[in-house]
Ligand binder design. Structure first.
Ligand code: SAM
Length: 300
């Protein structure tokens, strides 16, 4: 079970197994770079691409369960080229979009960024004749998904905090809207009570000076194709995701924690982190790294 003390922690183990013990709706954001698929010929743990996609789907099914409603799951992936029978492009990005959408997430964005150098084996072959042409592949996608589960449980008015609310319709994407009917609460010029949804309450709560996104980050990612000349740009992807899709004090989870770029960005942005990593040597390196950057003073 996830307890308060387990914030700012990396758990050694297989993320799918570890997540089984987490309660529903316990994290505010998921940011991750899943392991890449490569063919079983080269020693992959997955027998086939389909097996890889099924394994990823199982992991993200759990991620959707543990993230709170209307919060985000940000996944950095790219298509890969692998040789099973022949060298073929594998539709990683499309597969993630399909399974996440089928599991109840809104597919909000695909922010593409380009590596400085190509990463595919196509780098070595460029035969200048018709039918042989193949581009060198440099793109990675930052896929942005939002959990959106219809919920018609009453929620208190964000202004007066009272449960004196009545239904005020449902949006086209199934979000229940409420109106405050407390006679003592603030009214509009047409004498209507505050109208709100679970989603609008969340969004309005983040509009504060301390949650303002720095201009540099906003500008760098304000286009859907981000061209960067610096390979270390990867470091700022989790930072961008955390600043744009969570607020200060939130808990950010990375199931594939690796050396801890998500944790580092969470600390830097005054969020809490939680991660799982199954490789013991990577886990130890990440722990040391987090200890160096960890909180030395209380956050709040
Ligand atoms: C692409 S790397 C993550 C990179 C990461 N953003 C970083 O800062 O290093 C994927 C990581 O996931 C780990 N991993 C792969 N499958 C896993 C699983 N089922 N459970 C937990 N960790 C896993 C790998 O050991 C690897 O460290």
């Amino acid at each position: 079970m996830l307890r308060d003390g387990e914030k700012d922690t990396i758990i050694l183990g297989n993320c799918l197994e570890v997540m089984q013990d987490f309660p529903d709706s316990c994290v505010d954001l998921v940011v991750t770079s899943p392991p890449r698929y490569f063919s079983s010929k080269t020693g992959s743990r997955y027998e086939s691409f389909d097996e890889y996609v099924a394994a990823m789907r199982d992991v993200f099914y759990e991620c959707i369960r543990i993230v709170k409603n209307h919060r985000y799951i940000i996944i950095n992936v790219s298509d890969v080229f692998t040789e099973e029978k022949v060298l073929r492009r594998k539709p990683v990005v499309a597969s993630f979009i399909l399974f996440m959408s089928k599991m109840g997430c809104e597919y909000e964005d695909n922010i593409v960024w380009c590596r400085d150098e190509g990463v595919s084996s196509r780098l070595i072959s460029s035969t200048p004749y018709p039918y042989y042409f193949k581009p060198v592949y440099r793109r990675e996608s930052i896929l942005v998904f939002r959990k959106n589960i219809p919920n018609d449980e009453k929620i208190p008015c964000p202004i007066c905090g009272k449960m004196m609310v009545q239904r005020n319709g449902t949006s086209r994407d199934g979000v229940q809207s409420w109106e405050c009917v407390n006679p003592d609460c603030r009214k509009s010029e047409h004498n209507r009570g505050k109208r709100f949804t679970e989603r609008s309450v969340l969004m309005e709560s983040a509009v504060t000076e301390e949650n303002r996104i720095p201009e540099g980050i906003m500008n760098a990612f304000r286009t859907d194709v981000v061209d960067v000349k610096n390979i270390y740009f990867e470091l700022s992807i989790p930072e961008f995701a955390i600043l744009c899709y969570s607020k200060k004090g939130d808990l950010v989870f990375d199931p594939f924690f690796g050396k801890g770029d998500t944790g580092y960005a969470a600390i830097k942005s005054h969020r809490h982190y939680l991660g799982t990593e199954e490789d013991e040597s990577v886990y130890r390196k990440a722990k040391n790294r987090m200890a160096v950057f960890g909180y030395s003073t209380p956050l709040f």
